[in-house]
Design a protein around this ligand. Structure first.
Ligand code: KIV
Length: 271
């Protein structure tokens, strides 16, 4: 008899069932093998290989510069560390906006070359046709509305979106459109909690909020933010579960001191 315990993998259907049962979905970004392994083991339902890699891994000011090849590299690393979580991979800026042929080709590359389970892209009505074609090709798609960082140069700021009636109405229409186009879930970024609540109640697919209040069907955070690796990013919506920046500075400082003082390595730490 096999002692190997089968892990129940998270699928898009699992997320749908979680919404129906009123169970919250926990999503977190990951960009490499080692953290993906830890997060998968910690019970995170969805790992997002976010294009925020452009910021937190590559040091760019925006998500605009990251390329499809770079996203594929990060996704390949994450997938190797995952056993249970559903892996969603962001289509980066420039890999889907031109037309639906290009969008479909980019989504197919992600699926073939990374082993990821689904893709995410930003926008409403303007990307609905691309979403339909990607979903028709058998690729699950997560939508993303509200603050859409790939359009930073259009909006000019990372402030809260859809506070005004007109933008809120468009967001509500877009959310329904993305659901009709076949999205299995929707990220709502930095919008008023009351609007996120209304949108979440109006949809049958789950919503995943970031800075969108407690009534979304799940939550997502960028790993570097919630682990306190960035000590200079402190938006109101962020809860920091660790202060890794401080702890790492302390640990590495101790190591430097031990090397300089010839304390490391000692007799037990050599051959
Ligand atoms: O790229 C990313 O990390 C994201 C999340 C903020 C939702 O899209």
């Amino acid at each position: 008899m096999s002692v190997h315990k089968e892990v129940k993998k998270v699928t898009t259907h699992t997320l749908q069932k979680m919404k129906s049962a009123g169970e919250k979905i926990a999503m977190l970004t990951a960009y490499d093998y080692s953290f993906a392994r830890i997060f998968d083991e910690s019970g995170v339902d969805v790992l997002l290989v976010g294009d925020s890699a452009s910021n937190v891994m590559a040091g760019h000011d925006t998500t605009v510069p990251i390329t499809l090849e770079q996203m594929i590299y990060h996704a390949q690393c994450v997938v190797r560390g995952v056993n249970r979580s559903l892996v969603v991979v962001d289509l980066p800026f420039g890999s889907y906006q031109s037309n639906s042929d290009i969008a479909l080709a980019s989504a197919i590359r992600i699926m073939k070359e990374t082993g990821g389970h689904s893709i995410k892209l930003e926008g409403g009505e303007e990307v609905a046709e691309s979403i339909r074609r990607i979903v028709n090709a058998g690729i699950p798609v997560m939508g993303h509305l509200g603050l859409t960082p790939q359009s930073i140069y259009k909006f000019g700021t990372y402030s809260v979106r859809a506070k005004e009636e007109e933008e809120a109405e468009k967001l509500k229409k877009d959310a329904l459109l993305l659901q009709e186009a076949g999205c299995f879930a929707l990220v709502l970024e930095k919008i008023p909690a009351s609007l996120a609540k209304e949108v979440s109640a109006s949809l049958t697919i789950p919503t995943i909020g970031i800075g969108a209040g407690n009534d979304c069907d799940g939550q997502v955070l960028v790993m570097h933010d919630m682990l306190g690796i960035n000590n200079d990013f402190n938006p109101r919506f962020l809860r920091k579960y660790l202060n890794l920046h401080e702890q790492i500075v302390q640990a590495v400082g101790n190591y430097v001191q031990d090397v300089r003082s010839r304390d490391f390595p000692n007799e037990q730490e050599q051959y």
